[in-house]
Write a protein that binds this ligand. Structure first.
Ligand SMILES: [Zn+2]
Ligand SMILES: [Zn+2]
Length: 123
């Protein structure tokens, strides 16, 4: 773990709230309060993925389908409020909001890249 870019002190792990617990594996913060490094969970990075069947074959929708179910929980509500896209899973018909973009048509999985990317993200 890198030291604080601001004061060079060692970062310490901080407690996560319910939303952060879903999105991040660990969060580090500096005692000076100026820097914070979060390690996102690989599952919640990069591409949108169906929360039910874990597939990445999704169709983007502008309006929700009245027949198929939509996933509602605080995490999804937050993504909707932040302007996430509405996706429709092609295999289990579940609809959900997600801030990530679609992975295209292949089952591409770049979780490995995310691991190295995570150490650089400061927020
Ligand atoms: Zn600091
Ligand atoms: Zn699905």
């Amino acid at each position: 773990m890198n030291p604080c870019p601001d004061c060079r002190k060692k970062l310490t792990r901080v407690a996560r709230g319910p939303f952060q617990r879903m999105a991040y594996r660990r969060i580090y913060a500096c005692p000076c309060g100026r820097s914070r490094i979060a390690e996102p969970r690989p599952l919640y990075s990069l591409v949108a993925r169906c929360p039910k069947c874990s597939r990445t074959v999704l169709r983007r929708r502008h309006e929700r389908d009245r027949i198929d179910p939509i996933l509602r929980n605080p995490f999804r509500l937050l993504q909707m409020l932040l302007g996430g896209n509405l996706y429709h899973c092609q295999s289990c018909r579940l609809q959900f909001h997600d801030l990530r973009s679609r992975s295209g048509d292949q089952e591409s999985d770049s979780d490995v890249e995310v691991e190295s990317e995570s150490t650089r993200s400061t927020r």
